[in-house]
Design a protein around this ligand. Structure first.
Ligand code: SAH
Length: 349
């Protein structure tokens, strides 16, 4: 595989252009052309410079190979990477804008018992440009431009653990929010982690004010370890401390994902324990009924159980929302939460 030009910041592309002995304004043409989702072979630059770039860089590192459209309008994209690996992402339309869910790794090695993405382990990390490339490809496919973007919001909730690919994810976040590029505001980006505490703390110091989302899914370390092996490494108390640190550094409240699993974490006592854990913290809870993954035995709760859980949290003064899945007819859930970043009603997280 050649290098990925979409990994590069504007300053890095400017250096490349200078090294090639080209005029500085070419850097802007290249950076903008890439942000428009063009292949390198379709960049509006002299053919000599194009050929120079194509010697070292992939023409189209993230290619849309298939598109599935759900009856509810949700779209699922299958992307092919330059080395033939496949990843998938979901595009969801809302009143307030359109959200693209992206993957950060090919597969995942966190081993959560309810998740399909981890079934084959982690094949490799995505580069910063391969994460960005998913957004650029979909923005273009959906008729978006740099001024009128089709993708306005991004969630890092596809396959992979973002903080297990820390450097590339941070680089991606800097590039996706950069002026002159697709320029998506950090406030419109949600990063979801299973709770890698040292990386959460390091991330708080990066000064990138995204919505930090933590997959909690349990109220005690013992119960959490039953479905999430990462719980053997990091305690809930340390996760909560890292969240508080994130708030201290960024002023951003944080979000917890809590997937309701029948017979596992969804009883009244769990709701009360969760409320006790989170009460008074500047956070929000996103509840979702577990999407059943056919290779896994865990089941989602009934709508009734989910509503009761929500009511208990609210009664205890914890801000929470119950989301619904979308795109289930196109496998939008991916056994991941990919297409379920949707809640009832239309308000923002
Ligand atoms: N690795 C990151 C992000 C990927 S998954 C993380 O763990 O947060 C995004 C969300 O989907 C996570 O909250 C994850 O726990 C959840 N999820 C995975 N499989 C699911 C399923 N089958 N049903 C409901 N939520 C699921």
């Amino acid at each position: 595989m050649k290098a990925v030009l979409q990994d590069r910041s504007f300053a890095e592309i400017a250096e490349l252009v200078a090294a090639a002995g080209e005029k500085p304004f070419r850097a802007k043409q290249i950076f903008e052309g890439i942000a428009q989702g063009r292949k390198l072979s379709a960049l509006p630059i002299p053919s000599k410079l194009r050929a120079y770039l194509l010697e070292s860089f992939e023409d189209e590192p993230v290619k849309i190979s298939e598109t599935f459209v759900s009856a509810d309008g949700t779209k699922k994209f299958l992307f092919e990477l330059a080395d033939g690996n496949l990843i998938e992402g979901v595009f969801m339309k809302y009143k307030y804008g359109n959200t693209q869910c992206v993957s950060t790794q090919v597969g995942c090695r966190m081993g959560c018992k309810f998740c399909a993405s981890t079934l084959g382990g982690r094949l490799r990390d995505l580069t910063a440009g391969e994460i960005l490339g998913q957004i650029l490809a979909v923005n273009r496919a959906e008729g978006g431009t740099l001024k009128e973007r089709a993708v306005t919001n991004v969630v890092l909730m596809g396959s992979g653990e973002p903080f297990d690919n820390y450097e590339n994810v941070v680089k991606f976040l800097r590039n996706v929010t950069a002026e002159g590029g697709i320029c998506i505001s950090a406030r419109n980006i949600s990063l979801s982690t299973c709770g890698l505490v040292p990386e959460m703390r390091a991330f708080a110091r990066e000064g990138i004010p995204v919505n930090l989302t933590v997959s909690l899914h349990a109220v005690s370390d013992e119960e959490r370890a039953r479905t999430m092996p990462i719980a053997n490494r990091y305690k809930i108390a340390d996760i909560l401390e890292a969240c508080a640190y994130y708030f201290e550094k960024t002023g951003r409240r944080y979000i917890f994902e809590y997937s309701l699993i029948e017979g596992e974490n969804a009883d009244e006592r769990h709701a009360l324990a969760l409320a006790k854990l989170l009460k008074g913290r500047p956070c929000h809870v996103n509840l979702i009924r577990l999407n059943e993954v056919k290779e896994r035995s865990l089941k989602g709760t009934s709508e009734e159980t989910a509503q009761a859980f929500l009511a208990t949290l609210e009664r205890c003064g914890v801000s929470a929302t119950l989301r619904r899945s979308m795109g289930s007819d196109i496998g939008g859930a991916c056994g991941q939460l990919r297409a379920s970043y949707i809640k009832k009603g239309e308000e923002r997280p």
